[in-house]
Design a protein around this ligand. Structure first.
Ligand code: PRP
Ligand code: URA
Length: 209
């Protein structure tokens, strides 16, 4: 089982505090999700392999480095994961994007899949699944199972806030998946919302409700 990486960089923690505030409006919230996505992507891609190339600067020939090896695909879990796409694409503009649609049944809190479209070469890519919230873990577990069933061999998961319950469930279901988290909160409440959390991420990003 891979140890989760908690990204407690001061910029992430500061932005997350503003996101948590119930008085933060949709525009600012959406911008912050994108910015945190960008900062987390910067850290999560720290181990990408490099190869040496030779280029000519205006002054001399330089031996220098470029990213090599497998290419990336980002897969946001709809809807809230979409908020992180803009930020990660700023870091890796050549990455491909897949989409997986899941919603939690309001009564049972179980995930329901309603859409899946992945790059055709998903098996040859390192996949980073995006969702700001990991609550019970059901949505992430099912989304990753679906992505693996389509051929993905290397999958990572990036979320902004996790509940301890969801983190444990995801680690148990997918021990091979490296998980990146902005903060691990206290618990889930009786409605399976993260406490203290930030409320419903999808509604806050898109201004619904
Ligand atoms: C939220 C969130 C996750 C899921 C987390 O989505 O974005 O996908 O809940 O909960 P879980 O870990 O208990 O499965 P939601 O179902 O509210 O859909 P939305 O993004 O379309 O609003
Ligand atoms: N989904 C959210 O958006 N927020 C939570 O706290 C739990 C699930």
């Amino acid at each position: 089982m891979l140890k989760p990486v908690i990204m407690d960089h001061p910029l992430i923690q500061h932005k997350l505090t503003i996101m948590r505030d119930k008085n933060t409006g949709t525009k600012e919230f959406r911008e912050l999700v994108g910015e945190i996505g960008m900062l987390m992507c910067y850290e999560a891609t720290r181990d990408l392999p490099l190869k040496e190339v030779e280029i000519e600067t205006p002054v001399a020939v330089a031996k220098t480095k470029v990213i090599s090896g497998r290419k990336l695909a980002f897969v946001p879990i709809l809807r809230a994961g979409l908020g992180m796409v803009d930020g990660v694409m700023r870091m890796v503009p050549a990455a491909k994007i897949g989409h997986i649609g899941m919603y939690r049944d309001p009564e049972t809190h179980m995930p329901v899949e309603y859409y899946c479209k992945l790059p055709s070469d998903i098996g040859e890519r390192d996949v980073i699944v995006l969702d700001p919230m990991l609550a019970t873990g059901g949505s992430a577990i099912d989304a990753i199972a679906q992505i693996k069933s389509k051929g993905a061999k290397s999958v990572r998961f990036m979320c902004i806030i996790a509940a301890p319950e969801g983190l444990a469930a995801l680690q148990e279901a997918h021990p091979d998946v490296q998980i990146y988290i902005g903060a691990v909160d206290e618990k889930l409440n009786e409605h399976k919302y993260i406490v203290p959390g930030l409320g419903d991420a999808g509604d806050r990003i898109f201004g619904t409700k």
